[in-house]
Design a binder for this molecule. Structure first.
Ligand SMILES: C[S@@+](CC[C@H](N)C(=O)[O-])C[C@H]1O[C@@H](n2cnc3c(N)ncnc32)[C@H](O)[C@@H]1O
Length: 287
């Protein structure tokens, strides 16, 4: 598949890391699949079949932050090995605390970690490079998952599902709406020999096929979470936990309000570079 590489530069008083995050989130909504930061701004990659300049211009015109002037240049990259190039050049091993490392199969093994996860990302989100994956893994490392039934909504590379499996969960289901992510998740499950995991292609409508869970992880985005929290709650046992990420710290109140509406209580939250993760519990009196 051919890709367009868009080179975004901007002038703004806002901190570059925040601007890059917001820009990447906006571009993700119109089909951009991966990003790398450079010293001038952000490079974004989109399949040539999805690239539409009118939609892009419109998106930038309605950019949610004020006082930002964004420019870009676009070039077509014709290379069937482009994924491989991207992985080799940009995906570096990620270490989360002393316990967990995420690396690709082409990286050298590093001994000494309790959880050694191999991900060949093929651009499915979830290499640990992103703050939200990091925050979710950090939460997972604190939990006892032994014999627990786990749902990983928006599983991407299946990195969270694989960690759950390594932490001896009884049953792990991953669901993702994107076919590329679905295939990549299956590949990563094989690479990590995490056979307990079952992956389904689709959205929240798939959840009722898989019974009830002790813990649900959903790292997606603000709007999908707001829309689907009710369906997540329906598959949770009383007292089950729901961890969510994929939104900014300023979105926590609106996420919390939706949780309360659905019988969930916010227990805590964590932040990294303005990205947030929340831990919630299903109230005992809700079935
Ligand atoms: C932010 S990535 C998270 C990947 C991985 N779980 C992680 O923590 O790194 C979000 C994933 O959610 C998937 N997704 C988006 N909308 C969805 C929906 N409505 N239902 C299920 N998955 C969805 C995307 O395809 C993407 O793989």
């Amino acid at each position: 598949m051919n890709y367009y590489e868009l080179d975004f530069t901007y002038t703004s008083p806002i901190e570059a890391s925040i601007l890059n995050d917001v820009l990447a989130a906006e571009l993700g909504e119109i089909g951009f699949e991966s990003f790398t930061e450079n010293e001038y701004g952000l490079l974004g990659y989109i399949p040539d079949t999805s690239y539409n300049e009118i939609i892009l211009t419109d998106k930038l015109k309605n950019f949610p932050l004020e006082n930002v002037d964004i420019h870009y240049t676009a070039k077509l990259i014709e290379s069937k090995d482009w994924n491989e190039e991207w992985e080799k050049n940009y995906f570096k091993p990620i270490r989360i605390g002393n316990e967990c490392i995420i690396r690709a199969s082409f990286h050298k093994p590093e001994p000494g970690y309790a959880y050694n996860i191999i991900i060949d990302p093929k651009m499915a989100f979830g290499t640990g490079n992103h703050e939200t994956t990091y925050l979710m893994i950090n939460e997972m490392l604190k939990l006892d998952l032994e014999d627990k039934e786990i749902l990983d909504m928006g599983c991407g590379t299946a990195v969270l599902a694989i960690l759950a499996c390594m932490k001896r969960a009884k049953r792990v289901i991953g669901i993702d709406i994107d076919e590329w992510a679905y295939n990549n998740a299956l590949e990563n499950i094989r690479l990590n020999n995490a056979r307990k995991i079952e992956i389904a292609l689709g959205g929240a409508e798939q959840i009722p096929n898989f019974g009830l869970f002790d813990i649900v992880f959903a790292n997606i985005n603000r709007n999908i979470l707001l829309n689907d929290i009710q369906r997540y709650t329906q598959c949770m046992k009383p007292g089950a936990l729901l961890f969510m990420s994929g939104f900014y710290t300023e979105d926590i109140p609106v996420i919390e309000a939706e949780c309360i509406k659905n019988g969930l209580t916010l227990l805590s939250h964590a932040e990294k570079n303005n990205w947030a993760a929340v831990k919630t519990i299903k109230n005992d009196n809700i079935n």
